[in-house]
Design a protein around this ligand. Sequence first.
Ligand code: NDP
Length: 461
Amino acid sequence: MLTNVNETYNDPKKLANDYVHDVYKQLKVRNPDEIEFLQATREIFDSLRPVFMKNPHYIDHGILERITEPDRIITFRVTWEDDQGKVHVNRGYRIQFNSELGPYKGGIRYHPSVNLSIMKFLAFEQIFKNSLTGQPIGGGKGGSDFDPKNKSEREIMRFTQSFMTELSKYLGPDKDVPAGDIGVGRREVGYMAGQYNRINGGFEPGVFTGKDPNYGGSLGRQEATGYGTVYFAEEMLKTNDLSFKGSRVIVSGSGNVSTYAMEKAIELGATVIACSDSSGYIYDENGIDVETVKQIKEGSGERIKTYRKYHETAKYVKGCENIWSLPCEIVLPCATQNELDEHAAATLIQNGLKAIAEGANMPCTQEAIELFQEKGILFAPAKAANAGGVAVSAMEMSQNSMRLNWTAEEVDEKLKEVMKNIYKSCVEAAEKYGHTGDLVVGANIAGFLKVANAMVSHGIR
Ligand code: NDP
């Protein structure tokens, strides 16, 4: 540990500041090129100063040093053959970051941008998110730089089988339980589960979540992240005398999280005026029809541009950045990390934005978040707002071990309850540590405390 605790105990503020500063400095030296990982840790570190002021024993236990170093990082070669018989090699990852509260839990991402920094940032965020759900799950994440775009179904299957052949060694219902993420949905989870079962010589229902309900998936899992984001946002809006009803909403992306966020926002009376994919966005001030978006996305290789074929009043704009120049009251960024920067934030604020809830992981840059908060825009951070997906994944794990299935209505009721509780925990933690109304600080502290206490209980190791 870098800080001399005994000398500075009589100045808790200095002790906390020095500790956070020193550990972050060391983290930068050890992980110099991991931009996204450093961005995610920095945001948490900034929030935790008041915790170390009140609870210096966490410093004695080296909690920050330990919580920022993954339990283990697994990287491996994934070799597969395309439909023409050409051999390809991709890199696979699984970050088993922290298992203090339960088995590692977090999705698998297939995207060409996947690298160690992105995997570590996602797994690190997952620790706190999973803790916030109140469920017994630790934090992990995995994926590959494999690009599923323009690949046939058979190529995706062969890639996934090769990926799982190596990864299966490290998984288990009480050890590490992956799910989907960008580029990985029910179909890919099916191929993973199939290959895992083949390797292990039998059917094991509890190793993956986000499965098809036909063979052990939970009803409501597909909808959970998007719905949960809207439930969380609705709580935040309600306490500030606002609502989705009658509001104009922009949702970025048009994948799993975006689609169901749109669906729920519309159900609550909002008009979703725009959504996107990585090539461009569609805009219709009369409202986007979510059923058409779903149909387009179910078609193989279809882009959001196709929407105009079905709704001629909609406009299509090439490139995604300008989606944030449309006037609206609520924004739900549901596509990817760092998709909304401070320039976009300034434009949105100028155009009358009232609230923003992050459906994607870390979609807003640190500068954008600071600007939203400075200008009094309601801000719901990802690790709280999008925790509904993993919360229902944990419910899927419970159903699998009990060998029973809950109805979609039961799952949705439980999801609503979880999102309300997360909102309450964030509000209370922010208030207790002197940052009333700041959900970023509240989420970070509430998520951190449970994990830190478990680390203390488990001893220094
Ligand atoms: P999907 O792959 O289903 O969808 C991602 C969507 O975002 C696609 O429409 C994609 O378009 C679009 N997109 C990607 N990059 C950009 C960009 N730069 N600008 C605009 N659109 C873009 O992924 P998910 O919906 O599952 O995940 C979205 C986010 O939510 C991620 O940050 C993920 O980590 C997070 N998340 C997901 C959970 C889940 O349960 N699935 C749980 C919690 C968080 P294109 O098709 O062109 O690539």
